[in-house]
Ligand binder design. Structure first.
Ligand code: NAP
Length: 248
């Protein structure tokens, strides 16, 4: 039985990496999915094609979540395309690593704009359409407690996101909208390749600290998100689930 049949989901940053796996995972459970991207149109279209080929429903929608008008446009596009909204997955995120002496205002603003403001803007736009049983799932990071060196700003954004998630869980609970957070450990993605983590000493160290003894894969996260989006998680709100192979 498909757990998300009849549901409509928006997954931000779904053109690649963890977001692409989440979009496919939600579609596999029966949801119609809006595959958001910022710049990777071809990547988003490939995700839509994979979902459609498997018999699902999906559409690619461009939008920078850190821009209020574009975040709103993304949510409006979902409602226009599929008639309603049930699930928002705030997955879009940017990371780059900088030691304390290398931190710049631009680095700080870029990461906080996408990772924190982007979540607030997309959630604000979505909350106008989410009804009873609606849900928001935020993708944070285990880095908030693993405390990897050279990640002060990135970890700061995700710590802020955890606090935002907790507040929104309480704020939206009277409307029976659930808000939960998934905190992945290290996951092999396009982003972690580009950031130079894959194949680096940082990866070796993170895998060595991971009790289950391997790097995470995007599908390891997608299943947790599909569970949180489903009625099986109807009594969960304000939770932070660390999906990390045990590193904490
Ligand atoms: P990724 O491979 O770099 O993909 C990032 C996605 O975010 C892309 O689809 C990108 O779209 C989108 N994006 C970036 N800026 C955006 C913006 N302003 N508006 C809308 N979309 C935007 O990243 P990932 O490794 O899969 O990470 C996904 C999420 O998991 C992030 O929140 C990250 O912080 C979190 N996370 C990752 C790891 C890890 O080890 N990979 C661990 C813990 C947490 P375009 O490609 O179109 O630009």
């Amino acid at each position: 039985m498909s757990k998300l049949a009849g549901k409509v989901a928006v997954v931000t940053g779904a053109s690649k990496g963890i977001g692409a796996a989440i979009a496919k995972g939600l579609a596999k459970e029966g949801a119609a999915v809006v595959v958001n991207y910022a710049s990777s149109k071809a990547g988003a279209e490939a995700v839509v094609a994979a979902i459609t080929a498997a018999g699902g429903r999906a559409v690619a929608v461009q939008g920078d979540v850190s821009d209020a008008a574009q975040a709103q446009g993304l949510i409006e596009a979902a409602v226009k395309q599929f008639g309603k909204l049930d699930v928002l997955v705030n997955n879009s995120g940017v990371y780059e690593f900088a030691a304390l002496e290398e931190i710049t205002e631009a680095h700080y603003r870029r990461l906080f704009d996408v990772n924190v403001l982007g979540v607030l803007l997309a959630s604000q736009a979505a909350s106008k359409h989410l009804g009873e049983g609606g849900t928001i799932i935020n993708i944070s990071s285990a880095i908030t407690h693993v405390h990897t060196p050279s990640a002060a700003v990135y970890a700061g954004t995700k710590g802020a996101l955890n606090a935002v998630s907790g507040v929104l869980a309480n704020e939206l609970a009277p409307r029976k909208i659930r808000v939960n957070t998934v905190s992945p450990g290290f996951v092999v993605t396009e982003g972690t390749h580009t950031a130079g983590v894959v194949g680096s000493d940082m990866e070796t160290s993170l895998v060595a600290q991971t009790p289950l003894g391997r790097a995470g894969q995007p599908d390891d996260i997608a299943g947790v998100v599909a569970f949180l989006a489903s009625d099986d998680a109807r009594w969960l709100t304000g939770e932070v689930i660390t999906a990390s192979g045990g590193i904490r």
